[in-house]
Write a new protein. Structure first.
Length: 229
């Protein structure tokens, strides 16, 4: 990019960040929550380094990716320039990618089954790195979607504790086309029932609702990068 184009891109990124931050602040104030209670994760999947760089320059430090291979191709160089970035794995994770995920990501949001737990535990044991995980829950019970059934969450938490995989909360995706508030409230209750404080929920279209209901991490893509083509 030319210098002026870079400046314009960073300014636009900062404006989008400010808009998201303002919406988060309103939601926190409405719910009488602490001003620093929410971490905003910029979902950078399918976006290249040139599109990510303006957000980095504008101060964004938490980013989320859906695929291990894509993240591995672009983030090592970006992290050389910005070593304080926190990288989140937010997509479905195959067990055979567990070792790569533990090496690359700082937080995993999609632990959802015993076989993946076992693979993550082996990878963490091998590296000595205990990567914090959210358990992804499948609210709808749709067989084709990732996520642990709500009834199985307790057993997965107990199994994770048995192999020293740190569980910091629950992650959910509200069903498309339905009012998200009840689903977020169900996730929050489930987390509370199991003594978990982390709630990864809310995306560009519904994060203000998630913040009011208790989200600690929101996953924002188009509101920060613009609409996808």
């Amino acid at each position: 990019m030319e210098h002026k184009a870079i400046e314009d891109a960073v300014l636009a990124a900062r404006q989008r960040l400010d808009a998201v931050d303002a919406a988060v602040a309103r939601g926190l104030a409405d719910a009488r929550r602490a001003a620093d209670a929410v971490t905003c994760i910029a979902i950078s999947k399918t976006h290249g380094a040139e599109q990510i760089a303006p957000l980095l320059a504008a101060g964004q430090r938490h980013f989320g990716e859906n695929r291990v291979a894509e993240a591995a191709a672009k983030w090592p160089t970006l992290r050389d320039a910005y070593p304080d970035v926190t990288l989140h794995m937010v997509g479905q994770l195959q067990s055979n990618k567990a070792a790569e995920a533990v090496a690359l990501f700082d937080v995993i949001h999609s632990l959802d089954r015993p076989s993946l737990l076992a693979a993550l535990a082996r990878a963490m044991d091998a590296t000595g790195r205990r990567t914090p995980c959210f358990i992804q829950i499948n609210l709808e019970g749709a067989a084709q979607k990732g996520g642990c059934a709500p009834a199985d969450v307790g057993a997965l938490i107990a199994a994770a504790r048995g192999v020293d995989v740190p569980i910091i909360g629950l992650m959910c995706v509200a069903p498309l086309g339905l009012e998200p508030a009840p689903w977020f409230a169900l996730t929050a209750k489930l987390a509370d029932d199991h003594g978990l404080t982390g709630l990864s929920m809310g995306m560009s279209g519904d994060f203000p609702t998630a913040v009011r209901i208790g989200a600690t991490h929101i996953r924002v893509g188009s509101a920060l990068f613009g609409e996808r083509a």
